[in-house]
Design a protein around this ligand. Structure first.
Ligand SMILES: Cc1cc2nc3c(=O)[nH]c(=O)nc-3n(C[C@H](O)[C@H](O)[C@H](O)COP(=O)(O)OP(=O)(O)OC[C@H]3O[C@@H](n4cnc5c(N)ncnc54)[C@H](O)[C@@H]3O)c2cc1C
Length: 90
């Protein structure tokens, strides 16, 4: 029993129906989603530097320039600097 009930079930990212996002984007609403993105990113870096393919760099687009998007771009810059220490220069 209760006198007041508060429903606080959080929210999920809104893609504003921007074409392509639903199919291709990694959303960052949960730990699992963040881990999926992290694994995919590290996989991509590894593949880029193992394969003799033509691809020279990894292009990442961030949808949303709010706090999370800005923080992610700063973290990706930091990561790219870190990877240089391991000889991964792209
Ligand atoms: C990547 C990322 C980075 C962020 N960084 C910051 C930051 O640095 N600083 C900051 O202040 N904020 C940050 N935020 C925002 C902050 O996390 C949210 O504003 C805050 O967590 C919202 O709190 P909440 O309690 O409303 O929802 P949530 O924290 O989402 O909690 C909702 C809870 O309800 C549960 N739930 C959902 N549906 C049901 C259901 N049907 N029945 C029972 N339980 C249910 C969920 O499992 C969850 O535990 C960030 C958000 C993201 C996604």
């Amino acid at each position: 029993r209760y006198d007041h009930l508060v429903i606080a079930i959080g929210s999920v990212s809104n893609d504003f129906n921007t074409p392509g996002i639903k199919e291709h984007c990694y959303f960052l609403d949960s730990n699992q989603q963040a881990e999926r993105f992290q694994h995919s990113l590290l996989d991509s870096f590894t593949r880029l530097h193992q394969d003799d393919n033509q691809q020279q760099s990894l292009d990442i687009a961030i949808v949303g320039g709010g706090a999370t998007g800005v923080e992610l771009s700063a973290e990706l810059y930091h990561l790219s600097e870190l990877l240089k220490l391991y000889g991964l220069t792209n």
